[in-house]
Design a protein around this ligand. Sequence first.
Ligand code: HEM
Length: 213
Amino acid sequence: MQNSQGHGAQASRMHPWPVRISHWINAVAMTMMIGSGWGIYNDSIIINGLWFPHAVRIGSWAAESLLWHFAFMWVLAINGLFYLGYGFATGRFRRRLFPIRPRELIETVRETLRLHLAHEDLTTYNAVQKLLYIVVIVAGVMQVVTGLSIWKPVQFGWLTALFGGFQGARIAHFIGMTVIVGFVVVHVALAFLVPRTLVAMVTGGPRVAEPAE
Ligand code: HEM
C-alpha cells in the first residue's frame, strides 16, 4: 500500500531518469532541427514573404543547414523511439497523460484565462498539459514520418502519396514545425513562470506512488 507521496515499495520519481534524459536530448535535437529546417526552407519558400533571418538559422547556407538536419534527425528519431518505448512499456503514458476529461479541460482553460492556474501539485498534469503533451508527441512522430517522405520520396513513395505527393508532404512537415514551435513558446514560458517544474525536470522531482500494474 502506498500513500500519495509515494512512500511505498514502488515509489519512483515524478520524472524518472529515462524521461529526463530523453526530454533534454529532445530539446537540443528539436532546436537543431528547427533552426536547420529554417535554413533549408529559405531555399524554396512555402509562404510568399516568409523567410527566416540568419540570426535564427543553423547553417550559413541551405546545403550546410541540410547537413545539420540530416545529422540531428538520427538523434531526434532514436531518442524519440526510446522515449515512446519507455512511455508505452512502463504504462507511464497511460498513467500521466490519460484520461483527459472534457469538464476538467474546460475548467482548466477557464482558470488559466482568469490567471488562477494552480500548480501546487507537481505530480499530476492538468487536462490542458495532458492534451498539449499528446499533441506535441503526435506532432513529433508526424515530423519524422513526413520528413521520411520528403527525404526518400522514391523509396517511401506510398508514404509520400499519403500526403498528396512531395509538395503535400513538405507542407505537412511545415505545419508540424509550426505546431511544435507554438507549443515550445508556451511550454518554455510556463516552465520559467513555474521554476519548480524546471527543477523537477532536472532532479526528477517528488516521489510518486506507481499503482500496481
Ligand atoms: C529549453 C526548452 C524546454 C524546457 C525549458 C522544457 C521544460 C519542461 C518542463 C519543466 C517539463 C515538466 C513540466 C511539469 O512537470 O509540469 C517538461 C515536460 C515536457 N516537455 Fe519540455 N521543455 C523544453 C523543450 C521541450 C521540447 C522542444 C519539447 C517537444 C517538442 C518538449 C516536450 C515536453 C513533453 C512531451 C513533456 C512531458 C514529458 C513527460 O512527462 O513524459 N519540451 N518540459
